[in-house]
Design a protein around this ligand. Structure first.
Ligand SMILES: [Zn+2]
Length: 449
């Protein structure tokens, strides 16, 4: 119909006009820093854009994440290299050459991947990076650990804009697969000649949020062992009592392991150690029984039974002593028992030393780190052992000092949890903290290594 056609044409005409007005308005607007929430490219929107790339397991979109970060690096003026030590698992290395490249360099590490999320249990979709009116940004990875990757880059961007030049070279590694053990990511990187050529003198990796006013810092990780205990014994009719049946043997072991668990836990409950300072052991599965059509045969004693435990060793645990305890007490061959330990990474460094980064005067890097936090108006709580495990252990294995640090204070600990989020004011303060850290660490010239 003609009248309809005329209406359409007038609509499209006014649309062009409003586009022109919008373009003019944008040209007249002040720069992004003055308009943190209305402009499309500012530290918060850049953080949100990175969070929107779904790098959750089991199918992390590493290609998009690396493309995005590479574009960020180019806009800042950083050198970039991509390595694929394992096909399909890219590792991006960004570099800011120092004025004295013969000095050992500084490495800032962050992992590209994240754990999966259950979208139905979230207030906002986990890859929407939704920002609430009060400034909370919801996303899987907001705390663990896409925040630090973008904070490193924003801090470098700001330092460059101010004309700062590092003395030591600075590198940012963005690595795959940390959440599934890091064996195809950082573990391969530290063994490469490319890593050796960086001559890393000091590194920072992820830490954890602090619910209080002080920042937390971690000087060691705990070391996971997956332990499987198997028992074998006389099978037989459920009406008889046998000595050394598989179930009896396994239940004895479970009791002994439980007593060890209690003794470690008592030290924590008495306030004598933090959770991460003792060896934890938690039963994770029990497997036994002879199956029948409707479940288990209730009158058959099984000939085999198995239990699985998640052990976390502290950096000072003697692994040989622990193995002796398992062999002698938890799974004694004399009771027809056997065991298997799957060690999830090294527990001693390349020289056989416990993997801990000194947080005292003996470590000049620690003093520079602490001073840089103070200069940024921050306070540190007592250095801790991380209860879990990060890629830092692979760097410590090389004998390189590493601190685990994510500048999130007054923040609930939500890593791997539903509704992981980060307050934007906390995020922006973190950028300032890294400006202080990067400028101090890269200017520090007195360390001999
Ligand atoms: Zn992490």
């Amino acid at each position: 119909m003609a009248s309809g056609g005329s209406n359409i044409s007038s609509t499209s005409h006014s649309f062009h006009l409003s586009l022109l007005t919008l373009t003019l308005l944008l040209l007249l607007l002040p720069s992004s820093s003055a308009l943190p929430h209305t402009h499309t490219d500012n530290p918060i929107t850049r953080f949100q854009n990175y969070l929107r790339i779904n790098t959750a397991h089991p199918t992390p979109d590493y290609t998009s994440a690396v493309t995005f970060l590479k574009a960020q690096a180019q806009s800042i003026g950083l050198l970039h290299q991509t390595f694929e030590f394992v096909p399909g698992k890219p590792l991006l290395l960004l570099s800011w050459p120092g004025s004295n490249p013969s000095l050992p360099s500084i490495l800032l590490n962050s992992h590209l991947d994240s754990v999966p999320a259950e979208p139905l249990k979230w207030l906002h979709p986990p890859f929407s990076a939704h920002r609430t009116p009060d400034g909370n940004i919801f996303a899987r990875g907001a705390q663990d650990d896409k925040c630090i990757a973008m904070q490193y880059l924003e801090a470098i961007r700001n330092l460059k804009a101010r004309g700062f030049t590092p003395t030591r070279s600075l590198h940012v590694s963005l690595v795959p697969d940390e959440e599934i053990g890091g064996f195809h990511g950082h573990a391969r990187f530290v063994e490469s000649k490319e890593f050796e050529e960086l001559k890393v003198g000091f590194a920072l990796d992820e830490g954890q949020a602090s619910p209080g006013d002080e920042f937390r810092v971690f000087y060691a990780d705990r070391f996971p062992w997956h332990l499987k205990i198997k028992a074998k014994g006389q099978p037989g009719h459920g009406s008889m009592m046998y000595d050394n049946s598989a179930m009896e043997n396994l239940m004895k072991s479970v009791e002994i392991v439980s007593r060890f668990r209690e003794s470690e836990f008592d030290v924590v409950k008495a306030g004598k150690a933090a959770n991460s300072e003792v060896v934890s052991v938690n039963p994770v599965y029990l497997k036994a029984g002879v199956t029948s059509d409707n479940g288990f045969a209730m009158n058959v004693q099984p000939s085999e039974a198995e239990a699985g435990f998640d052990l976390r060793l502290t950096p000072t645990t003697d692994p040989e002593e622990m193995k002796r305890r398992i062999a002698a007490e938890w799974a004694p061959a004399a009771r027809n028992m056997s065991y298997e330990i799957i060690e999830k990474g090294p527990i001693r460094d390349h020289l056989g030393r416990p993997m801990m980064t000194a947080t005292n005067d003996s470590n000049p890097w620690w003093l520079v780190f602490k001073q840089a936090i103070t200069s940024a108006g921050g306070k540190l709580s007592k250095p801790e052992i991380l209860p879990s495990t990060t890629d830092a252990r692979f760097i410590r294995h090389k004998g390189i000092p590493v601190l685990g640090f994510s500048p999130m204070r007054n923040t609930p600990i939500l890593l791997h949890d539903h509704n992981e989020h980060l307050q934007e004011t906390v995020y922006l303060k973190g950028i300032e903290v890294y400006e202080s850290l990067i400028s101090s660490l890269s200017s520090f010239t007195e360390a001999s290594h």
